[in-house]
Design a protein around this ligand. Sequence first.
Ligand code: T46
Length: 131
Amino acid sequence: MAKLIYFDVVGDNRGNLISLEGLKNIPFEIKRVYYIYGVSDKEPRGFHAHKELKQVAFCISGSCEMLLDDGERRESVLLNNPNIGVFIGSMTWREMHNFSKDCVLVVLASEYYNEDDYIRDYDIYKKMVER
Ligand code: T46
């Protein structure tokens, strides 16, 4: 269910470089980028779905678990490498757990921030995907 995207790494003796481009290795036009850091392993985040928003998330430092739920199945993926992203489609419930202290989670988003796009109640989400 979880769609992982393996980014090409351009590496040489100076280190590694990864390039992310909308509508190329990222399957939408990128309108917004945000990152989450200074996290606690005891404080999970997320617990919502989006009506329209599509995103790609990856850790450029440290790790976290991204739990995805499509209303029928739940799957958790470990994001622990800057070259592995996970695609999060619309109407997918997500939770982020088990952050490492050094975690920097970067998220590329298909839309500008819009609180009206969030579904923050799991029961409401379930009813919406059952239709
Ligand atoms: C998601 C997961 C992976 C803004 O003002 N602008 C923004 O672009 C975002 C993303 C958030 N905010 C504000 C809204 C809240 O007052 O920042 C605060 C924390 O947001 P939230 O509690 O939604 O954070 P997370 O980590 O639970 O969820 C975030 C994204 O909101 C969400 O879209 O998919 O990361």
